[in-house]
Design a protein around this ligand. Structure first.
Ligand SMILES: [Cu+2]
Ligand SMILES: [Zn+2]
Length: 195
């Protein structure tokens, strides 16, 4: 009898575990923490916006970028192709205007808190758009994932609101020290972040 109870209990545990796994998969693995039950109730509050990145500066760099806001954290996932192999910078720039051929219509780095350009999280300061560098593979493809609680999608706090800005991918990499934008070279892909 005891043995049967034990088997039944372990089956319940397996079921509970699978259920939790499925919930996590739904969230595309963005959350690093173990979710308490309470958080599942708030899942209706997820905001997702998606944009196509267009080539600039005579490049072939294009792709999709998705921003998801959930429980005060915004996650970005950019799926890119047409890059040269190696390191590239990706930033949020201040204006959702990709009209110029070289992407300069998007302005400088989004910097609502008036800090120096730098590496995300640096003590010396950094722009709210200083996402950083990523590496494209030999075929010129890359997936860039980033998440932070210092952004929001359409909230009142203009130090956090990414709407009305642009995502820019650069030909070169960000050195994190050159001012005002890390000497990352030409702007090879752009999209406006608009609702
Ligand atoms: Cu940039
Ligand atoms: Zn910057």
């Amino acid at each position: 009898m005891k043995r049967i109870q034990l088997i039944a209990l372990s089956m319940v545990l397996v079921l509970a575990y699978n259920c939790k796994d499925a919930k996590k998969a739904e969230k595309e693995g963005q959350s690093a923490t173990d979710e308490p039950v309470q958080q599942i109730a708030e899942e209706a509050n997820v905001e997702v916006i998606q944009f196509s990145m267009e080539p600039k500066s005579n490049s072939n760099v294009q792709g999709e970028v998705v921003f998801t806001e959930e429980n005060g954290t915004v996650s970005m996932k950019a799926t890119l192709s047409g890059l040269s192999a190696g390191e590239h910078a990706i930033h949020i720039h201040e204006k959702a205007d990709c009209s110029s051929d070289d992407g300069t219509s998007s302005g400088g780095h989004w910097n609502p808190t008036h800090e120096p350009h730098g590496k995300w999280g640096a003590d010396e300061g950094y722009h709210k758009g200083d996402i950083g560098n990523f590496t494209a593979d030999e075929d010129g493809n890359a997936v860039v994932e980033f998440s932070t609680d210092q952004w929001c999608i359409g909230c009142e706090d203009e130090n956090k609101n990414i709407l009305g800005k642009a995502v820019i991918v650069h030909q070169g990499f960000d050195d994190f020290t050159s001012q005002p934008s890390g000497a990352a070279g030409a702007r090879v892909s752009c999209t406006g972040i608009i609702e």
